[in-house]
Design a binder for this molecule. Structure first.
Ligand code: SAH
Ligand code: SF4
Length: 371
């Protein structure tokens, strides 16, 4: 099959300028086209009326345009909405829009957070997660990452203020496309979302955490920790056998030092796995030197998996231990956020083949890690 043409939303400003120079167009066309795409949100070259007809034709012949196709929207009481998109090759991805989420990353009440996917499926095979159930399919392109935001804004009529890479996939296993998408999402010529309002979540790809720390943007980092000791992490997160906690904590402190920013530890509480007082105390010891914030998220049931969330009393006791040790910690209680905490589930319902645990593949052992 011939390669699909490049997508216009995957181009940085210099790349677009380079193409236009090669096509003999004057330099000011770059700003005009970017304004159509990210200002006026017009994805159809034929409607870019201040461009000469031959340039419009040249653009249509060279680039794909358009946004991911909406398949389903699932809402919840507090208007958190989960979007299922179909990509050009038929693959499905999820994006979650969370209008005001004081419990998620801070206090501002008017933040509109978008949780975006970075891959179709996931190769890292964490034992509790729906995204990895059917293995890894492919990386999302830069245009597919940026397209999730533009499509949700087009459907909701609202502007996203914050982005979290906490949808399907491991963003750091798709580093190049991720960073290019962040450039576009962050740039004034793109969607202009401040770097401090963009958070990447990783299960712990140590080498990429370091690379992320060394790049110039003040982007934020969240670590899916889910266990405060190697034995607990090894049990539920295969990545930990490759990058154990000591290495992960070193990389985290490198990030904090380079960025002069505190990172966030995410901890899904799973009954009988990581919810003991000892785990809470061990977690406090990891968080304290980094001055990391801890987000406790009660486990969200995944069809076909047997894990359960602990009782509220256990959740609160865990939180209390952290707070008593002076760790800034929150416990996510609102029902609506459950939807955000379990990306991958809506897609699984649609992909019949992936609806049972029989299809669960841990590709960790088979897929070479890119980190
Ligand atoms: N791969 C990256 C980015 C995905 S983030 C990472 O793991 O950080 C998706 C978040 O949802 C992760 O913190 C993940 O651990 C969490 N998650 C996965 N399954 C969940 C479940 N059943 N209930 C609650 N959170 C879950
Ligand atoms: Fe992949 Fe993250 Fe899910 Fe682990 S938690 S399987 S790394 S998406």
């Amino acid at each position: 099959m011939p390669d699909a043409p490049p997508h216009i939303l995957g181009l940085s400003r210099p790349e677009l300028a380079g193409f236009l120079a090669g096509a003999g167009a004057p330099a000011f066309r770059t700003a005009q086209i970017l304004d159509w795409l990210y200002g006026k949100r017009v994805m159809d070259f034929s409607k870019m009326l201040n461009l000469p007809a031959d340039l419009r034709g040249r653009l249509s012949a060279t680039f794909q345009a358009g946004l991911p196709e909406l398949v389903e929207v699932q809402g919840s009481d507090d208007t958190t909405r989960k979007f299922l998109f179909r990509l050009a090759d038929g693959q499905l991805v999820e994006t979650v829009f969370i209008p005001a989420s004081p419990a998620l990353y801070g206090d501002s009440s008017d933040r509109r957070t978008l949780c975006v996917s970075s891959q179709v499926g996931c190769a890292y095979g964490c034992k509790f997660c729906a995204s990895g159930l059917d293995g890894w399919k492919r990386n999302l392109t830069t245009a597919e990452i940026v397209g999730q935001l533009l499509a949700v804004e087009a459907h909701t009529g609202e502007r996203v203020s914050n982005i979290v890479f906490m949808g399907m996939g491991e963003p750091f296993a798709n580093y190049q496309n991720l960073m290019r998408a962040i450039e576009i999402l962050n740039s004034p010529w793109g969607t202009g979302i401040g770097a401090r309002k963009i958070t990447v979540s990783t299960s712990g790809l140590v080498t990429k955490i370091r690379e992320f720390a060394d790049q110039p943007l003040q982007t934020r980092l969240a670590i899916s920790l889910h266990g405060a000791t190697d034995d607990v992490r090894n049990r539920i997160m295969p990545i930990n056998t490759r990058f154990p906690l000591a290495q992960l904590m070193d990389a985290c402190s490198h990030y904090s030092l380079r960025k002069k920013q505190h990172l966030t530890f995410e901890l899904i509480l799973i009954a009988g796995v990581n919810d003991s007082p000892d785990q809470a105390r061990a977690l406090a010891k990891l968080a304290a030197p980094l001055r990391a914030k801890v987000n406790i998220i009660p486990y969200n049931t995944v069809q076909g998996l047997d894990w359960v969330r602990p009782d509220v009393a256990v959740q609160e006791a865990f939180l209390r231990i952290l707070l008593d040790q002076g760790i800034p910690a929150t416990l996510r209680r609102e029902k609506g956020h459950d939807i955000a905490a379990a990306c991958g589930q809506l897609r699984l319902r649609h992909a019949d083949a992936a609806s049972s645990t029989e299809t669960r593949k841990n590709l960790f052992a088979q897929t070479p890690l890119t980190a």
